[in-house]
Write a protein that binds this ligand. Structure first.
Ligand SMILES: Cc1cc2nc3c(=O)[nH]c(=O)nc-3n(C[C@H](O)[C@H](O)[C@H](O)COP(=O)(O)OP(=O)(O)OC[C@H]3O[C@@H](n4cnc5c(N)ncnc54)[C@H](O)[C@@H]3O)c2cc1C
Length: 377
């Protein structure tokens, strides 16, 4: 049966403008010397001290209950904070995954003990999380994970290998997707909270095209994971992972990762753009504005406890298409510009943006999900 989806319009309430001004003042004061090239790292820019400062301001775990260290603020407030962080190229990577998806996952599926012990530390910017989903041979086909948790007294012994694990080298915890029973592919998977200091965990960096080593291989060799670290139900990992991916796919980081080169382009072009530049600026602005409305609509649904899988997936597919189009399009429009910050930013983003349509699920996989959600396959 053919299904449909709806992006309900949502305008940020006018009172969020006060918060926006506060965030801008904080950023002007806290990261004034960050170069354009550093800002281009967007949500991969790492500075644990900056994350703690955000925690002190009450800008992490913003929507969570106060009893878990949260601040019970609206999703609109959170949206304003994260879009200002991304627009400024603030170094948010240390807390990003925890605040965006691991915390909400624990809030929804975690035990009371996990919520009480972990969420306040995320909200203070003290802990970094990594996502242990992908494995060699299990990326797009995630249900093919082979990392195995063998049941033992009081927990599991986990062995296997994860790959492309962003920030594993600094992470406090990994949320790992692990096979805990055989049988039907999707049924035997569970999510385990793994302390990265556990004996048997080895992290090896993988250098990417830009020379950075943000992601890693993680080897799990007979790692003991206590029963108290199971998230949700044993065997319910597939459903939980899919709920988590909706948080991962629809935020403003899915269309703002290349914003720095657009900002640099506007600066270099100055107040009198040519006709071609003017047309380009108008087109990009219109697309960003539309994506922002769509992303806000998904954030609204997530905050109401809905699972807007199709909507979130559409935002990521269209958003990463825009993010990837920007660097080469700007390179074509301003090929000989010698301005150093512009050139460094462009060079970095031409290299790094190729990965934007891989992380969080590839374009082909996203389109397959959209087709399935619409009842087309
Ligand atoms: C920068 C970056 C950060 C990442 N961070 C993390 C992380 O923190 N944690 C984590 O778990 N993973 C992470 N990943 C991994 C990412 O999720 C995977 O790379 C992605 O899911 C693709 O899996 P794969 O690399 O195994 O490619 P494959 O699944 O082997 O795919 C290769 C190609 O085949 C295509 N393909 C595969 N199956 C189909 C199909 N059924 N139909 C059509 N086409 C298909 C894909 O679209 C792709 O083009 C990261 C990746 C990148 C690039």
């Amino acid at each position: 049966m053919l299904r449909s989806f709806a992006f309900e319009p949502f305008d940020l309430p006018p009172e969020t403008e006060t918060l926006r001004a506060e965030v801008r003042a904080f950023l002007a004061e806290t990261i004034p010397h960050r170069t354009a090239r550093e800002r281009a790292e967007s949500w991969m820019g790492m500075d644990p001290a900056f994350s703690r400062k955000m925690g002190e301001r009450g800008w992490l775990g913003m929507t969570w209950p106060k009893k878990y260290g949260g601040h019970e603020r609206s999703f609109a407030d959170r949206y304003v904070v994260i879009e200002e962080m991304l627009a400024a190229g603030a170094p948010v990577s240390f807390h990003w995954i925890a605040d965006r998806q691991s915390g909400p996952l624990l809030l929804r599926f975690g035990t009371e003990e996990q919520r009480q012990s972990v969420l306040p530390r995320i909200a203070r910017g003290e802990v970094c999380f990594c996502i242990g989903m992908s494995e060699p041979g299990a990326g797009s086909d995630l249900a093919g994970v082979r990392t195995r948790g063998h049941k033992v007294d009081g927990g599991w012994r986990v062995s296997g290998q994860k790959i492309w694990t962003s920030n594993a080298h600094v992470a406090t915890y990994m949320i790992a997707l692990v096979r805990t029973s055989e049988g039907e592919r999707h049924a035997g998977l569970s999510q385990l909270l793994i302390d990265m200091k556990s004996p048997g965990v080895t992290v090896r960096p993988i250098e990417n095209l830009t020379g950075a080593a943000d992601f890693n291989e993680v080897f799990l060799d007979d790692v003991f994971v206590p029963e108290s670290m199971l998230i949700g139900q044993d065997g319910n990992g597939w459903k939980q992972v899919n709920a988590e991916l909706a948080y991962e796919r629809s935020g403003p980081e899915r269309y703002l990762s290349s914003i720095r080169i657009f900002q640099e382009f506007l600066r270099v072009v100055g107040p009198e753009p040519t006709e071609a530049e003017r047309l380009f600026i108008g087109q990009v602005t219109a697309q960003m504005w539309t994506l922002r409305q769509m992303s806000l609509s998904v954030a609204g649904k997530l905050s109401r406890g809905e699972d807007p899988m199709a909507d979130a997936t559409i935002v990521k597919d269209l958003g990463t298409t825009l993010e990837q189009m920007l660097p080469p399009a700007i390179q074509a429009l301003a090929p000989f510009t010698q301005d150093e910050p512009f050139r460094d930013t462009l060079q970095y983003l031409v290299q790094s943006s190729t990965s934007f349509s891989l992380r969080g699920g590839t374009r082909e996989i996203l389109r397959g999900i959209i087709a399935r959600e619409l009842g087309l396959r």
